[in-house]
Structure formats: C-alpha cells, structure tokens
Design a protein around this ligand. Structure first.
Ligand SMILES: Nc1nc2c(c(=O)[nH]1)N[C@H]1C(S)=C(S)[C@@H](COP(=O)(O)O)O[C@H]1N2
Ligand SMILES: [Mo]
Length: 223
C-alpha cells in the first residue's frame, strides 16, 4: 500500500546528494570526528563515536521531503533516537538548563539549522549513521546526520559536528546560512511550512526550477 505524499511534493525514486548550493563544494573532512554538546549547559562535552554507539540502536523506515518539492519514500535509516541522546548527554552529563527550547546543529561544511527541542523529542527523530543497510555515505551526511521525517530536508542536518541547546530568545541571534525567507523556524511538512513570509505553496513554484541545477552542483559521489 502506498500512502499519499504531503502537499506539493512529488516522488522521485533515488535520493540525490542535495543541499544549499554554497555547500556543494564541501569534501570529506580529515581528522578524528568528535561531537560537541554545548549551549546553555554547565559542562560542554566532546563526544567520541564510541560514546554515541553506546546508545540503543533504532531502525526506522521513513520518507524524506526536500523543500524544493521532491520526496523519496521508504528510506531505511539506522541510528540513535535524538531523545535518548538528549537524556543521556545533555541532561545526564552536560547538565543542560531547564529553560532550553531550541536546538542548533552546526555542520562540518558550515551549514547550520535549528529546530524546537519539543519537535526533536518525537519518536521518529534520529541521529543516523546508516542508510539502506550500509554505513552512511559522505553524500548523505557521514559521519552522523539528523533524520526528522516530519520536517523538510533542510532541517535534516548532515555532517553534524556540534549540537547546542538554547532558550528561544536566542533564535534571532543565530545567523542562518541562507536567506531568512527560506528558513521557517519549524518547517513541518504536513503544514507546508516551507519558508517564512510567503504562503507554503508559493515556494513550490520558486523552488522547482532549482532542483536540476542544484542536483548537478552536488553530484559528487556519483562520478
Ligand atoms: N550539512 C548540511 N546538511 C544539509 C544540507 C547541507 O547543505 N549541508 N542540505 C539540507 C537539504 S536542503 C537537504 S534536502 C538534505 C539533503 O540530504 P541528502 O543529500 O542526503 O539527500 O540535507 C540537508 N542537510
Ligand atoms: Mo532540501
């Protein structure tokens, strides 16, 4: 049984490497990866892969929806629930402030995005290190990426290097990597929250012509 796609989305069968054009030239980082947990915490952490791997592994099949209107169905992700990560590290070790309501993801390529903490505590939000039974490739966000199926692709941060927890009044002080009208604070697919300022459906027509050229810029692992 196939289910219908969210408003304004069209199915494609492959998952392209995709993103904000200014990050298309990014190539894998050398050196040992660590994940920083910071923000409004008493003790910032620098986590190694072993500490992440100690969380319970979760497998999940979910659809992926890019704001530019393409969707890819039934991706098999594997990784760790963001909620468990939050409890184990932010609450359990960093002593995160009780006031926090906003989470910022900083990525190795310079990309940054943020989401309300409450949205990230949903069951289907993962920090993923596997896709379709294989180790996550560079193209799709190695070593670790966010999978938030209820949110547009641009909230699904790839190559994460830092997760920071803030109170909501910080939101205005955090520069987003692209123009503000492209960045909805929540970006829920079901409500077509594609961007801020314009109605969701307007963005369909603005973004559709950009899919092919953007995909071309990002075609790296495919050559
Ligand atoms: N670090 C980083 N994460 C990112 C992006 C990016 O440019 N850099 N682009 C976002 C966008 S717009 C989309 S649609 C998805 C694409 O994920 P994919 O390359 O695995 O298809 O990554 C999201 N996460
Ligand atoms: Mo996207």
């Amino acid at each position: 049984m196939t289910h219908s796609l969210p408003p304004g989305q069209r199915e494609r069968t492959d998952l392209p490497r995709f993103g904000l054009p200014k990050f298309a030239a990014y190539r894998p980082s050398a050196g040992v990866w660590t994940l920083t947990v910071g923000g409004a915490v008493e003790q910032a952490l620098s986590l190694g892969i072993g500490e992440i791997n100690a969380l319970s592994r979760v497998d999940q099949v979910s659809d992926f929806h890019c704001v530019t209107t393409w969707s890819c169905r039934q991706l098999r992700w594997s990784g760790f629930r963001f909620r468990e990560f939050y409890q184990a590290f932010a609450q359990g070790r960093a002593n995160v402030s009780e006031e926090v309501s906003l989470v910022v993801f900083d990525c190795q390529d310079g990309f940054r995005t943020c989401l309300p903490l409450v949205d990230l505590l949903a069951d289907d939000v993962l920090l993923a290190d596997r896709l379709n039974e294989q180790a996550l490739s560079f193209d799709h966000g190695a070593p670790l990426r966010l999978v938030a199926p209820a949110h547009y692709g641009y909230k699904n941060a790839k190559h994460i290097r830092a997760v920071s927890f803030w109170s909501v009044d910080t939101l205005l002080k955090i520069p987003s990597p692209g123009p503000r009208f492209m960045d909805h604070p929540r970006a829920r697919v079901a409500y077509e929250e594609r961007g801020r300022g314009l109605p969701g459906w307007v963005y369909r027509f603005l973004y559709r012509p950009l899919v092919r050229p953007t995909q071309g810029l990002f075609a790296f692992g495919r050559r």
